[in-house]
Design a binder for this molecule. Structure first.
Ligand code: OGA
Ligand code: MN
Length: 409
């Protein structure tokens, strides 16, 4: 049965993706990262070339000036670009809080919705006395994805014209700015997916082809722990190239690479100095600080056998969890929605954004977010769905499905 599955998905072409994916995913042998490209390293191999960005005249709140950004392209994968963390110290906090507090709020959909009446604010339902419940069975740790704008339908791999929520202004401003640095002047953020990875989560090889406009780039942000990201080619015949993505990195799939196969076979503990610089930015690490205790000490146990025949259990897009009674009791108390300070970001101008970010960063207790990020990676993935000139909700009823094919053997 397993063989049938792999043949069916690969149409008899040679699959060079799967072997590399499995190599980085497996936990029964020590991980060898020798061939993983580290774009933060000082000596780049011949595989990497620097990428010249356009410099918008204005600065964007919370981002360093574009002249100070470092962007790279892989020689063998034209169009796949990584911008090394361009965020100013502490400013990733704002986006992490958006991803955890606001983006999963109703009416946005999450993986939890299919099987339960969940609290609108998953974060608040799982944070007590300023510490998040990080037990495997907490609702927070069961949260795998949330969708923004066009609510992507994972089962059928479609967007629907009538399943659309307004896209948050702050994120739209950010992506418009980043697209400009790549020379795309009309980028329109229309769909977003927030992926929440635990240390043992993976995302199988797939292409993102459901969007009507395939000329606009995919813009993808990494926050928290690191990962090995595989970037392949138009089919699984191309052997994928592994690169590290670290907190703050922005990964762009443009041009030829827009429709390339890609995957996340492994989440890894991030570098402590790097994480400290991202979220505190005030020089040396205090070794008594909570954030420095946990990251190398995480339970990474993963039972491969248990997931082997289930294509979805392998992924952040896995089947919705079974919800236990304790969680459902919490939900009823939780329906009163708390307005989070960050929510002003949903409707705001670029000029208001700098002050808003400062207010949020200075006014929020970072401790619970830090706790969560010590054992998680958050990926914020933004797409333009429509061809230029169309309005949200004005697309045909069903927009073409994408191929998130299964690559199990
Ligand atoms: C996706 C995706 C990559 C990542 O959500 O489609 O490819 O870096 N995410 O998590
Ligand atoms: Mn993808």
């Amino acid at each position: 049965m397993a063989t049938e599955l792999s043949n069916a998905c690969c149409n008899s072409e040679i699959d060079r993706f799967k072997g590399v994916y499995k190599k980085y995913k497996r936990r029964d042998v020590p991980l060898n990262v020798q061939n993983v490209i580290d774009l933060h390293g000082t000596s780049y191999s011949d595989d990497v070339i620097s990428y010249t960005l356009h410099e918008p005249s204005e600065k964007f709140p919370g981002l360093k000036p574009v002249k100070d950004w470092k962007a790279y392209q892989l020689k063998n994968c034209e169009g796949f670009i990584v911008i090394n963390n361009p965020f100013e110290p502490k400013y990733q906090r704002y986006w992490v809080e958006r991803c955890l507090l606001d983006f999963p709020m109703k009416p946005n959909r999450t993986n939890l919705d299919a099987h339960m009446e969940r609290p609108s604010q998953v974060w608040h339902s799982c944070v007590e006395t300023d510490r998040p419940n990080l037990r495997k069975d907490s609702l927070l740790m069961k949260l795998r994805w949330a969708t923004l704008g066009y609510q992507y339908e994972w089962n059928t791999k479609e967007y629907f014209a009538d399943r659309v929520q307004s896209f948050p202004d702050d994120l739209s401003h950010l992506c418009t700015y980043i697209a400009k640095t790549l020379g795309y002047s009309n980028y329109s953020s229309e769909a977003g997916i927030v992926n929440y990875y635990r240390m043992e989560s993976t995302l199988m090889g797939h292409t993102d082809v459901s969007e009507l406009d395939k000329a606009a780039p995919l813009i993808s942000f990494s926050f928290g722990q690191s990962c090995i990201f595989l970037i392949g080619g138009p089919t699984k015949e191309t052997e994928p190239i592994p690169v590290f993505l670290n907190s703050g990195d922005i990964c762009l799939m443009t041009g030829n690479a827009r429709l390339s196969y890609h995957a996340v076979p492994r989440i890894l503990p991030g570098n402590r100095e790097h994480l400290h610089a991202c979220f505190h930015g005030d020089g040396g690490i205090d070794v008594t600080d909570d954030q420095n205790v946990a990251i190398h000490d995480i339970d990474t146990e993963h039972d491969l056998d248990e997931t082997e025949n289930d294509p979805y259990s392998d992924s952040v897009h896995e089947k919705p969890p079974v919800i236990n009674v304790i969680d459902s009791m919490k939900i009823n108390q939780e329906e009163n929605t708390i307005l989070t300070p960050t929510q002003s970001g949903n409707r705001c101008s670029v000029t208001e954004l700098g002050d808003l970010m400062k207010t949020v960063i200075d006014g929020t207790d970072w401790t619970p977010f830090q706790d969560y990020l010590n054992v998680s990676r958050v990926n914020l993935n933004v797409r333009q769905v429509l061809k230029p000139g169309l309005e949200l909700g004005s697309c045909p009823d069903v927009i073409k499905p994408c191929d998130r094919s299964v690559e199990k053997t």
